[in-house]
Write a protein that binds this ligand. Structure first.
Ligand SMILES: *Cc1c(COP(=O)(O)O)cnc(C)c1O
Length: 380
C-alpha cells in the first residue's frame, strides 16, 4: 500500500510566466516614455527585431502583436487558398488561421512517436485544391522537415510551420525557423519566451519582408498609397521592450527546466505505463517548453483522465494538451478528413497525453512530490 500523499498548500499550475525584475522593466519603460513612441516600428521594435535574428538564427523576421495574427498573415503573404493539409493535434489557432483565410483545413494523421504530422501520409491527402502544408512542431519536437519539403517540392506546395512551441530549437545548428517558406513563433505569456502577447514570422526569402510588413500594417505603403487589404498585426514598443529584457533570462530558465526534466525522468522512467515524449533527438537542441507524459491505461492501471482529475485533489493542475483534437471541434468535425477512420493514431494518442507542471520556479522537492502523487494513483 502506497503512502497517502499530502496535497500542495498552493495550486501548482502547468506553467507560470517568466517575469523579469520589475525595476529593470521600469528603467526600460522610462526609455519608451522619453521617446514618446509607443508603436509603429519604433526604436525598441527595431532593436528587438534585429536581436531576434541572431537568437533564432534566421535571415529575415517580422514581429507581430500575437502569433495567431502572424500566422494569418503568413497564409496571406503566400496566397494560400483552397485546401491546406494540417494536423489535428494542435492548439485551436492552427486550423482557425486557415478558416480565417477561407481555406479548408485537411487533417492528416500524426506520427505515433513525435505526435507531429505524419510526413508519409501527407501525399495521400493532396487534391487539385491543395496549395500548402501547415505543420506544427508540437511541444517543440521538430517535424520531419526534409520529408515534408520533398513532398511539397514534388507537388508545388508551400510549407508553413507553426513553431509556437519551438523557440530556441535547432537542427544540426540550423534555426528551426529556417525550414519551409515561413515559420511562426508565439511570444504569448505561457510560452517559454514571451512578450506578454506577441509573435514573429521568420523566412528565408527576403522578398517576403516587404509584403509581410505591409500586410501587418493595413497595407499602408506611404501617406498617399494603400496597396493591399492588410490587418493590424503590429507589436508595441512595450512588448518589444519586455522581449529585449527577457532574452537575458531564458538561458537560466532553460537550465532550470533541464534539471526539472531530469528529475521527472529519474522519478518516472521505471514506472510501467508512463512514457515521455522523445525529448532527445539526434542533433536537435530542444525547446524545454513542455513536459508531456503518455499514460497507457492498461499498463499503468489508471487512465489519463483519472490521473488528470485525481491530481486536482492534490492542488496539481495538469493540462490535457491537445485534447480534444481539432477534428472533433463542432466547426470542423463535419469535414471528410475529420473522420476518425482517417486519424487512428491521433484519436488514440489524444486520450493518453498529459502536460505536467514545468517551469523554473518548481523545486526538485516539488517535482518529487508530484511524481510520488502520480505513482500513488495506481495503488488506490
Ligand atoms: C500558443 C499557440 C498559438 C497561438 O499563439 P498566440 O501568440 O497565443 O496567438 C498557435 N499555435 C500553437 C501550437 C500554440 O501553442
Amino acid at each position: 500500500m502506497a503512502i497517502r500523499q499530502k496535497p500542495f498548500g498552493q495550486p501548482i499550475y502547468v506553467t507560470r510566466p517568466l517575469l523579469p525584475d520589475l525595476d529593470q522593466v521600469k528603467e526600460k519603460l522610462k526609455e519608451v516614455w522619453d521617446s514618446q513612441w509607443l508603436t509603429n516600428n519604433g526604436p525598441q521594435h527595431q532593436l528587438f527585431e534585429k536581436k531576434l535574428l541572431g537568437v533564432l538564427g534566421v535571415p529575415h523576421l517580422s514581429l507581430f502583436n500575437n502569433g495567431t495574427i502572424a500566422l494569418i498573415v503568413a497564409c496571406q503573404s503566400l496566397r494560400l487558398s483552397g485546401e491546406v493539409i494540417t494536423t489535428p493535434f494542435t492548439f485551436p489557432a492552427t486550423p482557425h488561421v486557415l478558416s480565417w483565410n477561407n481555406i479548408r483545413p485537411v487533417f492528416c494523421d500524426i506520427d505515433p512517436l513525435t505526435l507531429n504530422i505524419d510526413a508519409d501520409k501527407i501525399e495521400t491527402m493532396i487534391t487539385p485544391q491543395t496549395t500548402g502544408i501547415l505543420a506544427v512542431h508540437v511541444f517543440g519536437t521538430p517535424c520531419d522537415v526534409s520529408r515534408i519539403q520533398e513532398v511539397a517540392d514534388r507537388y508545388g506546395l508551400r510549407v508553413v510551420y507553426d513553431a509556437a512551441h519551438a523557440f530556441g530549437v535547432d537542427i544540426e545548428g540550423e534555426g528551426i525557423g529556417t525550414y519551409g517558406d515561413i515559420s511562426m513563433f508565439s511570444f504569448h505569456a505561457t510560452k517559454l519566451f514571451h512578450t506578454t502577447e506577441g509573435g514573429a514570422l521568420t523566412y528565408n526569402n527576403e522578398n517576403l519582408k516587404q509584403r509581410i510588413d505591409l500586410l501587418k500594417n493595413f497595407g499602408i505603403k506611404n501617406e498617399e498609397e494603400v496597396v493591399m487589404p492588410g490587418i493590424n498585426g503590429k507589436m508595441t514598443e512595450i512588448q518589444a521592450a519586455i522581449g529585449m529584457i527577457l532574452l537575458d533570462y531564458i538561458q537560466e530558465e532553460r537550465e532550470k527546466r533541464e534539471v526539472i526534466l531530469k528529475t521527472y525522468h529519474e522519478c518516472l522512467d521505471d514506472v510501467e505505463g508512463i512514457t515521455f515524449l522523445p525529448h532527445d533527438m539526434d542533433g536537435v537542441e530542444k525547446s524545454f517548453q513542455y513536459c508531456v507524459l503518455r499514460i497507457d491505461e492498461h499498463a499503468f492501471g489508471r487512465s489519463r483522465d483519472f490521473v488528470y482529475n485525481e491530481f486536482k485533489k492534490y492542488n496539481v493542475f495538469t493540462r490535457k494538451y491537445f485534447s480534444p483534437l481539432c477534428s472533433s471541434y463542432t466547426c470542423y468535425k463535419h469535414l471528410p478528413s475529420s473522420h476518425p477512420i482517417n486519424l487512428p493514431i491521433a484519436n488514440r494518442i489524444v486520450s493518453e497525453v498529459l502536460s505536467m507542471p514545468f517551469y523554473g520556479g518548481l523545486s526538485t522537492d516539488d517535482i518529487t512530490r508530484i511524481c510520488d502523487i502520480l505513482k500513488s494513483f495506481r495503488n488506490q
